[in-house]
Design a binder for this molecule. Structure first.
Ligand SMILES: Cc1cc2nc3c(=O)[nH]c(=O)nc-3n(C[C@H](O)[C@H](O)[C@H](O)COP(=O)(O)OP(=O)(O)OC[C@H]3O[C@@H](n4cnc5c(N)ncnc54)[C@H](O)[C@@H]3O)c2cc1C
Ligand SMILES: *[C@@H]1O[C@H](CO)[C@@H](O)[C@H](O)[C@H]1NC(C)=O
Ligand SMILES: *[C@@H]1O[C@H](CO)[C@@H](O)[C@H](O)[C@H]1NC(C)=O
Ligand SMILES: *[C@@H]1O[C@H](CO)[C@@H](O)[C@H](O)[C@H]1NC(C)=O
Ligand SMILES: *[C@@H]1O[C@H](CO)[C@@H](O)[C@H](O)[C@H]1NC(C)=O
Length: 489
């Protein structure tokens, strides 16, 4: 709505009948389409999103075919005060989006190329590539890239906020693996941004990326496999009954992670029965059953009632989470970072989860936790990228998953309660939340840490008109005004 006044000149032109103004689509067809690489790139149909809660709702979608199409669209929209937003994997769940029918979605899906240099030590990944696409190409090339753990997520959508993934104990955060970024900035220029060319922009893009431009491609480090075991991991689910929860939580607290280990904890319902379960998912890079059982002995000691662990090839690691990629429904998220697994906290989170999960249509709701070894990530200087959370040991989020908006208030009560509980025993001096897991109502310092003033200065230089304001807007007061869900509790 805040852009409504910017439509006046267009409405005025309509009134004078100097243009055909029956719709934004027709206007863009006559004015923008001729500047694009081909015809037929405009549509009124938005691509399906992971969550429909408070989702962007564009008037027109530009299905770009080239990076020049991105630049042309940004130039056109900026010149005409038309709000716009890049769409990559479409997984962003935050309430900070405000794109409406007067706005344009730039769908990056066609920019999905993934190429490697001669020795496979570098990968160049298109700004619209999802994770499964990147992994499939890497696997075929005999190399590995540090991406996230769900196939549907945009590679760059995750990396531009930090980039957690199964290989980060070994190779660090996504942001630590970026060598250069091709970026369309607010002025419509296509820039090759490196640590040497634009140190501030390169720093800001790696943690607060969506504030500064649209990345059309990234060149990242890639790790050629030397042996068969480099392309596999031991992983799967250890299922527990709810009365074992405290013991599972304590076992995770006591676990000493090494760089090849990752641990996940899920509260999720059994897909067929709808009965909620406690599931721990260990991951051991290059591991086998014997090494996995030894590394995660504490979790085995609790006595899982089911065990699906197996050796899994690199291109299948994310298959287990494919159900979490299901598009549609309302899935607002509430997250927190913290240092310790506290059994009483997790019992209270469980109680909040089962109370919401048993409501009609809410069976798929969940709570997810992940922890990685941070030795490699902490060997990188803390100020080397805008991503601020190298100190955080655990990240967790609650996802109410439902279709009926009459449950909005109860979803917010569940998510807000889970977040409050995790924050209350976080062991951190202040609240810290991974920006890509955050709800949208957090203070800026909670998601960007001490980097806020520097990020605001970079915003002034590269995007003074703040055309990139839909994802945790770095301006003063930027995130808090746009939250709708937080009004519920
Ligand atoms: C099922 C699921 C699994 C997840 N797993 C992980 C994980 O393993 N690791 C992890 O770190 N995070 C993970 N996340 C969080 C994820 O990083 C965020 O949801 C992220 O915002 C998703 O990016 P996207 O491209 O899929 O979504 P989108 O909604 O398309 O993008 C989110 C925001 O980033 C911007 N953006 C995306 N691509 C670009 C680009 N190329 N240039 C500029 N701006 C861009 C968009 O404009 C938008 O503002 C997961 C989320 C879900 C829902
Ligand atoms: C990922 O991208 C590929 C290629 O662009 C596409 O075919 C596939 O459907 C996408 N997968 C998911 C899970 O989004
Ligand atoms: C929500 O609606 C979709 C589409 O109608 C349906 O496929 C899905 O099963 C529903 N989900 C829940 C949780 O009811
Ligand atoms: C952290 O969040 C809680 C609410 O979950 C709030 O009460 C507390 O004041 C916050 N802490 C800081 C330091 O802002
Ligand atoms: C949020 O509100 C403050 C004060 O009311 C204002 O200064 C700021 O510009 C607003 N931010 C947005 C993104 O509208």
């Amino acid at each position: 709505m805040k852009h409504a006044s910017q439509l006046v000149p267009w409405a005025f032109a309509c009134a004078l009948a100097v243009v055909n103004c029956s719709s934004l689509l027709q206007r863009l067809q006559s004015e923008l389409s001729p500047r694009l690489s081909g015809s037929g790139l405009l549509s009124e149909t938005a691509p399906a999103r992971w969550s429909e809660f408070d989702a962007p709702n564009p008037g027109v979608v530009v299905n770009v075919a080239t990076e020049s199409d991105v630049a042309a669209t940004v130039r056109y929209c900026t010149a005409h005060d038309i709000p716009f937003l890049a769409h990559n994997g479409g997984n962003g769940w935050a309430t900070t989006f405000h794109l409406d029918k007067d706005g344009v979605m730039i769908n990056l899906a066609a920019l999905n190329h993934v190429t490697f240099n001669a020795d496979k030590s570098q990968a160049t990944i298109g700004g619209g590539s999802n994770i499964s696409n990147a992994i499939d190409h890497a696997y075929a090339a005999g190399t590995l890239v540090q991406t996230g753990n769900c196939n549907c997520v945009g590679v760059l959508g995750a990396i531009l906020g930090g980039g957690y993934g199964n290989l980060m104990g070994t190779y660090g955060f996504g942001v630590d693996n970026v060598l250069s970024l091709r970026v369309v900035t607010a002025d419509g220029r296509l820039r090759d941004v490196t640590a040497a060319s634009d140190p501030d922009l390169f720093w800001g893009l790696r943690g607060a990326g969506p504030n500064f431009g649209i990345v059309t491609a990234a060149t990242v480090k890639s790790y050629p496999a030397a042996a068969a075991e480099d392309m596999q991991a031991w992983t799967g689910n250890l299922v527990y009954t709810s009365d074992q929860l405290e013991d599972v939580v304590q076992a995770i607290q006591d676990l000493v992670l090494t760089p090849d280990m990752v641990i996940f904890l899920y509260f999720l319902a059994d897909a067929t029965t709808g009965v909620p379960a406690v599931i721990a998912a260990p991951f051991l890079y290059k591991g086998d059953a014997a090494a996995g059982r030894a590394a995660f002995a504490g979790l085995y000691a609790v006595g899982p009632v089911a065990d699906t662990t197996a050796i899994v090839p690199y291109d299948q690691w994310n298959v287990a989470s494919d159900a979490l990629c299901t598009r549609g429904s309302f899935k607002p998220g509430w997250a927190a970072g913290f240092q310790d697994m506290v059994p009483a906290t997790w019992r209270a989170v469980w109680d909040a989860y089962v109370a919401f999960q048993r409501l009609p249509g809410a069976a798929s709701s969940g709570v997810l936790l992940e922890a990685y070894d941070l030795t490699k990530a902490r060997s990188v200087p803390a100020g080397s990228a805008a991503f601020p959370n190298r100190n955080v040991r655990f990240n967790a989020f609650a996802i109410p998953w439902y279709n009926d908006s009459s449950l909005d208030a109860r979803a917010a009560a569940f998510g807000g309660a889970a977040r409050d509980l995790l924050r209350a025993t976080s062991g951190l001096p202040r609240n810290q939340t991974y920006v890509n897991f955050a709800h949208g109502d957090e203070p800026l310092t909670e998601v960007y840490g001490d980097g806020v003033p520097r990020l605001q200065a970079i915003k002034e230089r590269y995007d003074p008109g703040n055309v990139f304001d839909e994802w945790f807007d770095i301006r003063p007061g930027g995130t808090s005004n746009t939250s709708k869900a937080s009004y519920y509790y």
